[in-house]
Design a protein around this ligand. Structure first.
Ligand code: UT7
Length: 325
């Protein structure tokens, strides 16, 4: 009998309508288009409307991915939403809200928190559950409302982030040479202080911390370069993939300089690295599925393409997935 694998059968993305340029930010913040572009590669980000939520964005991306895969919500056995900016501070999860919206009564539903590496983690968690579970399709979403978490007076962080959602539908397949070939999930909790958001229950009432992101950019930058290269090298070595076989490296979109520095450590040509950061900024767990959805929208993904995802984020977490499309 042929080996069972899990393939991605559809992807979809959603960006809020409002596009905010660097120049617009510079009207209220001590920054400039020149600084942001030269230090990060970011030209614009999309920001949610006041009446929009992370679940609203997840729903749009999920519906697009389900339509692309030709899968009905009623058939789903699992919904995982990777997010660290859920609609509610504690519960219910965005995944349960999404399950109700879509009408997916057979689906287990939970959120997964691995920050910007969340989608990478969620793909592997879903793959594992599918291969030892019901065999039903799964929906994996990365959705982040970063604009609600940043301090809009802190130029060190607020210019870097944007809102958005990306989704993938996963199905079990016995097609040879197709599907997720492997994943690599890692964390280094000793770096937890470099990137964190308050507002949890660590501090008891009556003076809880504000729910805001804090970052030391340089150590995160240095960690990211090493981590993203390590992930790709791991796949080349353990799966015996030749560098020229790699059609796309889809990295977490945090900073163009991080991508370029990671690329220089790898034997893979620069044009294989997918770059979307200029128009979307850092959308955390949504960044990799949004980039996959954009590739698909442009008709650039073909069956058999080898796609390596690689990401890093708060935790610090890092990891990737090796996929034969
Ligand atoms: O998903 C994970 C999320 N986090 C990341 O990926 C962040 C990783 N780190 C980075 O991307 C970079 O470290 C940053 C983009 C955050 C910063 O770039 P950098 O080249 O490391 O700059 P820096 O921290 O060394 O700061 C240089 C200067 C500082 O001024 P002084 O102290 O030299 O006078 C900052 O205050 O740039 C200043 N600066 C800004 N200036 C204008 C910081 N942010 C801005 C800004 N506009 N938005």
């Amino acid at each position: 009998m042929s080996e069972q694998r899990v393939k991605i059968s559809g992807v979809g993305g959603y960006l809020p309508a409002r596009r905010v340029s660097n120049d617009e930010l510079a009207q209220t913040l001590d920054t400039s288009d020149e600084w942001i572009v030269s230090h990060t590669g970011i030209r614009a980000r999309h920001i949610m409307a006041a009446d929009e939520s992370g679940t609203d964005m997840a729903e749009q991306a999920a519906r697009a991915a389900l339509a692309r895969a030709g899968v009905s919500p009623a058939d789903l056995g699992l919904i995982v939403v990777a997010t660290t900016t859920a609609d509610y501070g504690g519960f219910p999860s965005n995944a349960c809200l999404l399950q109700a919206r879509l009408g997916a009564p057979a689906a287990a539903a939970f959120d997964l928190g691995a920050a910007c590496t969340g989608f990478v983690y969620a793909l592997e968690v879903a793959r594992g559950l599918m291969l030892c579970g019901s065999g039903r399709p799964a929906l994996v979403v990365g959705a982040e409302a970063m604009s609600r978490l940043v301090d809009w007076t802190d130029r060190n962080t607020c210019v870097l982030f944007g809102d958005g959602a990306g989704a993938a539908v996963l199905e079990v397949t016995t097609e040879p040479d197709r599907g997720i070939l492997g994943s690599y999930l890692r964390a280094d909790g000793t770096g937890s202080g470099f990137l964190w958001a308050g507002g949890g229950l660590r501090v008891p009432p009556p003076n809880p911390e504000p729910r805001q992101a804090h970052m030391q950019g340089r150590p995160v930058f240095n960690f990211a370069v090493k981590a993203m290269a390590e992930v790709v090298l791991h796949f080349l070595e353990t799966l015996q993939i030749a560098p020229e076989e790699v059609r796309y490296v889809v990295p977490h979109q945090a900073n163009i300089r991080i991508l370029q520095a990671a690329q220089k450590r790898l034997p893979i040509a620069p044009d294989r690295f997918v770059v979307t950061i200029d128009e979307v900024a850092n959308t955390s767990a949504a960044s990799i599925p949004l980039a996959l959805a954009e590739l698909d929208r442009q008709g650039r993904l073909a069956p058999g393409d080898v796609v390596l995802t690689t990401g890093f984020g708060a935790g610090l977490t890092y990891g990737g997935n090796a996929i034969r499309w």
